[in-house]
Design a protein around this ligand. Sequence first.
Ligand code: SF4
Length: 289
Amino acid sequence: MHYTGNIIRPPSEANSIILQVTTGCSHNKCTFCGAYKEQPFTIKDYGIVKQDLEFASNHCKNQKRLFLADGDVLILPLKKLITLLSDIKRTLPWVNKVSLYGSAKAIRSKSLTDLQELKALGLDRIYMGLESGCDEVLQMVKKNETSTSMIESGQRVRTAGLFLSVTVLLGLGGIQLSKQHAFQTATTLNRMQPNQIAVLTLMILENTPLAQNITDGSFSLVSPIDILKELYHLLENLNGLRCQFHANHASSYLPLAGRLPKDQTPLLEQISKAIKGSIETVPEYRRAL
Ligand code: SF4
């Protein structure tokens, strides 16, 4: 397979065929994100993609899922996506689920009918980065979205019948916006009705503008104990959702996972115990991205 740069994929795609059709991220301006700072957004030569499909047809016969990398494949024009999904269906007929990262903007670049057409061709799941449902935080980190635009995108994915996985990032509001960040992220998720919520915790990467904000004093990191309080506040304000809740990413101070609403109370009890110090949390040196 031909891979350019670092390939980033969601943890749940660990066993998927990874087919890279773009490099980088079409936005690439979020102040906390160092994923593609050295990798500009490009659309790969389709001849190379077809060679990789051919390779997968010979060597990946046991993998039933496929993830389209990199950061924002859904931004491709509809015609290209239709060709790509049709070629995957024809070349890898045993693949039954295709997933990709889709920014809120990329989702809105497709109509409901477009998304339904992509679903009919095998697209199953969209991973969308909400990060925060608080407009002040979104503006501060240059996400170029608002909670309203994020909700519109998320709801469109759900209405199209696609699986929606949404990532949120604890600590992103810093000390100053910590409470609003947790509460407004919960209310945004309640309106989006995702199938899965993935909670990550902010880690500072040296190559990012946010690292600079810390150095110049304009951003203050939330302490581990207050991150747990954010997690509690986020979870206690989620309601009306039937979804998977994963806060067990390598960046987490308290790995947790469950289903809502069934596990909401036991998960809150665990967080509460961790806040009181009766459950051990992950030490700083063991956290990772
Ligand atoms: S967080 Fe997502 S949208 Fe923002 S720069 Fe990173 S990959 Fe792009």
